[in-house]
Design a protein around this ligand. Structure first.
Ligand code: 26Q
Length: 789
């Protein structure tokens, strides 16, 4: 390993050891690790070709990967070797790990799920490709200026990406616009502009190096050569214009995690990567098949939400226009290949495209969508329409073109059946299935939490990393004082490390003995960070009034980004920062309460925070969070959850036991009913002196003295349009938090409850989720040779 690192330092980075920066060392180490991936990768590809096994294609606009050095080294079993080699070279492994930028090619849950799935597909030995976009700029960087969020461009590719292999020879021409000619029953699309999609491959090696798959990300390149004529004429702008147009397509990730729909560039991004992926998988299929009708036996294509839903029409287009398959048959064949995962019920997040826009950008696809609509209406008269007034509804299109549609938690799947797709579900009663989300135990316990990970391995061996249900054996330890002390000591060690990092990065001193209460996720009204900060103020009021009463010291930690155009979410961020400033400067409560909000929450920050959490905040309005996956990460790492009956919280509570979970709030059904009660929020506020006081303080400018009216809009909304029922759940939330305080005061009992969480979270491994997709949707098998257990 030492030689290999030095070799890359010299031959790949062009540096000698004496003049190398930590960046050079990091790239050299990454390349040395990548070298060790290649054999596993080739072996897997060869085996798939030889066996003719069915391949899975996971199409996703987002892959929220984070860093790769540690995970790669761990999966290859090379962590010790790497550490030793670097130590002998006088380098610090930890510092090198910290040098790596996050690959932040995603907004949040949906993108991180795709990354966890890639790890599980490889660990289970399922032949699979992830397909997405190689964004030049990932999710924006967040800073706080006077408490307000400010966004700047993220620049991960300004450095060398050591993990990828550029494949300039793998290119597809992607067309946009133009017109369609029909003659002799055949359609000919003549696009007005074209760009080239070129491939970059990142190998993904599973646990123990068992298997290797490919993450293939597409980058847009101009089709035309640099316009030398214009350049020679001195018209430098014209020379670069076509190039600039092409490159914008893969330039930047859309930073909205609900919807910023209707944007032409977004539609082009969706079609760009979907078409390239479909063409690529068809080319691979046709290299060893000659009958396109065999396609459903060879490929399973999974659509991560509707973002790649144009895959249906594109597959039909290629079969009809280029392989002479009759339309109706092509629709049926495409459907047998496709699965669609729904991640949201929020009406504003369901994609719809203006017919005018879609017809202009993708004229042939609009014709095919009309054919799909006609086919559906002919077979199922009265079926919900894809084309409705002047819009194309991508949810209906994805549903109709998929043989299976899945929700991401039991509750969410029920709601999908009862609400957004109720009518389609009646027509196709077996199509909707549930696949509850999961998380990879490699990154989310083994790598991110060394103290706990080592303790668990000492106790039950290492098998749990590949078979998380083995954690169940820890249940026997919940009465064992020595073990519980060791379990608490691991948590304490993580909390001390986090306290050091917060002291350094935020200049706030926190006490590792206090309860670490953490809410990290995108900022959204439905996720109710607002309710959390209101409760924080209420707690502060009571601590300040009676500082000598019996309090449980707390540190409230927040993390998360708001979409740049989401005004209310940005106000909530501002409020949290304003409240933090006031509370953290209160001499009376200084040993009782702190509020911390480190900027720029990302995967790497999650890996620091989650292992150090005592309390996990999963407090969304019931019925709104499709699943959540952060909730799983916390519980696995031995945090207790305070949460509503929403998303996967329901199933987590069933697994860890209701006595080890702090439940509060209205149910999904009660939420719907309550909204019909006239004046419900005003009534809830008036019934709660505690909440009334808090809202009054914010309204009067206690937290924004320089701008007392800053939150008038935000607070006013709670009185009259409290759509997410912050006011109705507030008292129940506050009271439950006080029960949490009480339980935390008994450390032995708290540790036993936390251990019950870790021990019973094995089911939430993404390995289990992927086995579900493989069985219920893809009809694929894991490689015979891979045995994780
Ligand atoms: C759509 C159109 C235009 C621009 C952006 C978008 C867009 C981008 C990202 C729409 C949605 C997203 C992301 C959604 C998401 O992350 N959903 C989460 O998915 C998780 C994995 O299933 C669930 O656990 C979460 O509950 C769900 O909120």
């Amino acid at each position: 390993m030492k030689e290999e690192i030095l070799k890359h330092l010299r031959n790949s980075q062009g540096k000698d050891a004496a003049h190398s920066s930590v960046y050079d060392w990091r790239v050299a180490l990454s390349l040395a690790l990548r070298d060790r991936m290649v054999d596993h990768w080739f072996r897997s590809t060869r085996e798939t070709y030889e066996s003719g096994a069915k391949r899975v294609y996971y199409l996703s606009m987002e892959f929220l990967i984070g860093r790769l050095v540690e995970d790669t080294a761990a999966n290859l079993g090379l962590v010790q070797e790497a550490k030793t080699a670097l130590a002998e070279l006088g380098q610090d492994y930890e510092a090198i790990v910290l040098n790596e930028p996050d690959a932040a090619l995603g907004n949040g849950g949906l993108g991180r799920l795709a990354a966890c799935f890639m790890d599980s597909l490889a660990s289970l030995g399922i032949p699979a490709y992830g397909y997405g976009i190689r964004y030049e700029h990932g999710l924006f960087k967040q800073d706080f200026v006077d408490g307000s969020q400010v966004e700047t461009a993220e620049t991960w590719l300004s450095q060398r990406n050591a993990w990828e292999f550029a494949r300039p020879e793998v290119q597809f021409r992607i067309g946009f616009g133009g017109h369609v000619e029909h003659h002799e029953g055949k359609a000919h699309w003549h696009p007005w502009e074209t760009v080239l999609a070129t491939a970059y491959d990142t190998p993904v090696i599973g646990w123990k190096g068992s298997w290797g798959n490919t993450l293939r990300l597409w980058s847009a390149k101009p089709e035309a050569k640099f316009d030398l004529k214009s350049f020679n004429r001195g018209d430098y702008l014209a020379a670069g214009r076509s190039e600039a147009l092409a490159r914008t397509i893969s330039r930047v990730l859309y930073p909205d995690d609900t919807t910023d729909a209707g944007k032409e560039l977004r539609l082009k991004q969706e079609y760009f990567f979907t078409a390239a992926s479909i063409m690529d998988l068809l080319r691979r299929f046709l290299s060893d098949h000659d009958n396109i009708r065999e396609l459903p036996n060879a490929v399973a294509i999974q659509l991560n939400d509707t973002h790649p839903a144009i895959a249906g029409p594109e597959l039909v287009r290629l079969m009809v226009d280029e392989h002479d398959v009759p339309m109706a048959e092509a629709i049926g064949l495409a459907r047998q290949c496709l699965g669609y995962t729904n991640h949201t019920l929020l009406p504003e997040a369901l994609e719809r495209w203006h017919i005018g826009l879609l017809g202009r950008v993708l004229p042939r696809h609009l014709e095919i969508i009309r054919a799909i609509e006609d086919d559906q209406q002919a077979k199922h008269p009265g079926s919900p329409r894809i084309l409705e007034q002047d819009h194309v509804r991508m949810g209906e299109l994805a549903f109709i073109m998929a043989h299976k549609v899945n929700g991401v938690s039991a509750l969410h799947t029920d709601l999908v059946k009862e609400t957004v797709f109720a009518d389609l579900n009646r027509i196709h009663p077996k199509r909707i299935v549930n696949e509850t989300n999961g998380i990879t135990p490699r990154r989310w316990l083994h790598t991110c939490n060394a103290p706990l990970s080592e303790l668990v391995t000492q106790e039950i061996g290492e098998g749990w990393v590949g078979d998380l249900e083995q954690l169940k054996a820890l249940n026997q330890k919940s009465g064992d004082r020595t073990f519980l002390d060791a379990f608490s000591a691991a948590k304490r060690q993580n909390k001390e490390q986090l306290a050091d990092w917060i002291a350094q990065s935020c200049d706030i001193q926190i006490d590792p003995a206090a309860m670490f209460d953490i809410q990290i996720k995108r900022i959204h009204e439905y996720k109710r960070q607002l309710m959390n900060i209101l409760e924080t103020i209420a707690l502060w009021n009571e601590m300040h009034d009676a500082p000598n009463a019996e309090w449980t010291p707390r540190v409230k930690i927040f993390g998360g980004k708001a979409a740049p155009g989401y005004h209310v979410a940005k106000q909530i961020i501002h409020l949290i920062n304003d409240v933090a400033r006031v509370i953290n400067n209160d001499r009376v409560t200084k040993d009782l309460l702190k509020v911390v909000y480190p900027p720029n929450y990302n995967v790497t920050m999650a890996e620091r925070l989650i292992p150090a959490a005592d309390l996990s905040e999963q407090i969304s309005t019931a019925g709104k969070e499709a699943s959540g996956t952060g909730n799983m990460k916390f519980a696995l790492n031995g945090a207790l959850t305070i949460g509503t009956l929403d998303g996967a919280n329901v199933e987590i509570r069933e697994h860890v036991g209701s006595e080890n979970f702090f439940l509060f709030g209205l149910t999904a059904q009660e939420v719907v009913e309550r909204r019909h009660v006239h004046g419900f929020s005003r009534a809830a506020i008036e019934a709660s002196p505690r909440l009334t006081r808090v809202l009054g303080q914010i309204f009067e400018g206690v937290f924004s003295p320089s701008d007392p009216s800053r939150y008038h809009g935000l607070i006013g909304t709670l009185y009259d349009h409290d759509y997410f029922l912050v006011t109705c759940d507030f008292d129940s939330y506050f009271d439950t938090q006080r029960r949490v305080d009480e339980v935390y005061r008994n450390p032995q009992n708290w540790a036993a409850m936390a251990l019950r969480n870790t021990a019973n979270m094995g089911w939430f491994s993404s390995d289990r989720t992927i086995k579900g997709y493989a069985r219920d949707i893809w009809q694929v098998n894991a490689s015979e040779k891979v045995r994780l257990e």
